[in-house]
Structure formats: C-alpha cells, structure tokens
Write a protein that binds this ligand. Structure first.
Ligand code: HEC
Length: 99
C-alpha cells in the first residue's frame, strides 16, 4: 500500500529520469579535433626517430628516400619497431621534411 507521499516521490523520480534521458546526446561538445598543421610533429618525430630507428640498423639518411618511399618504409618499420600511430606519423613527418 502506498501513501500519497510515496506516489509523489515516485512521480517526481520518473520525471527526473525522463528529463535526464531526453537530454540529446549530441549536446555534448565534440571532442577537440587535432589541428591539421601540427608544428611540433617533426620535432617529436626527430626524437622518436633517434630513439627507435637505430636499434636494429644504422640510421638511414632521410635524403635516401623520396616522400612516397618513406611512407612505405614507415609502414614496415612501424611494425618492426612497435610504434604507435602517432609516433609513426611524427617520424614520417620528420623524414619527409628532411629529405
Ligand atoms: C626491430 C628492428 C627494427 C627497427 C626498430 C627498425 N628497423 Fe628498419 N629495418 C629492419 C630490418 C630487419 C630491415 C631489413 C630490411 C627488411 O627486412 O625489410 C630494415 C630496413 C630498413 C630500411 C630499408 C628498407 C628497404 O626497403 O630496404 C629503412 C629505410 C629502415 N629500415 C628505416 C627504419 C626507420 C625509419 C625506423 C624507425 C621508425 C626503423 N627502420 C626501425 C629492422 C628494424
């Protein structure tokens, strides 16, 4: 048996839940996109390059390859070196900016 007070609490509870549920999800601010130009990318890339790319072999001169060739090399060396996507993009940016 419920009292009118209990019914009133229940009613306002349902109203509160309905209000929360009806808040549009799209109202949440979009996650900030990474800027298209990232001036620090090749700086980070140069460091990641010197940290990772001479563990297994001598340093390859950035001038040894064209931009498109570096893109292919990095596909392979990313796996060998176990790089993150960000490290791979940064290193590629550095290499393509230094050849
Ligand atoms: C885990 C070991 C390892 C790491 C770390 C590594 N490499 Fe290599 N790399 C190799 C091996 C082994 C080869 C020999 C060619 C092959 O098997 O693809 C090679 C070959 C290359 C070549 C010659 C590619 C070709 O087609 O002949 C380049 C350029 C190169 N690596 C660049 C890099 C760069 C840049 C990095 C850092 C992102 C890197 N490597 C990190 C193992 C490694």
């Amino acid at each position: 048996m419920s009292t009118s007070k209990q019914r009133a609490v229940l009613t306002s509870l349902v109203a509160a839940i309905a209000a929360v549920v009806s808040v549009p999800v799209a109202a949440a601010p979009e996650q900030q996109q990474q800027p298209k130009t990232d001036p620090m990318a090749s700086v980070r890339g140069a460091k990641a390059w010197s940290d990772n790319c001479m563990r297994c072999h001598n340093m390859r001169d950035p001038k040894d390859y064209r931009d498109d060739q570096w893109a292919t090399v990095m596909q392979h060396m990313r796996l060998r070196a176990g790089l993150t996507g960000q490290e791979t993009r940064d290193i590629l940016k550095f290499l393509q900016g230094s050849n």
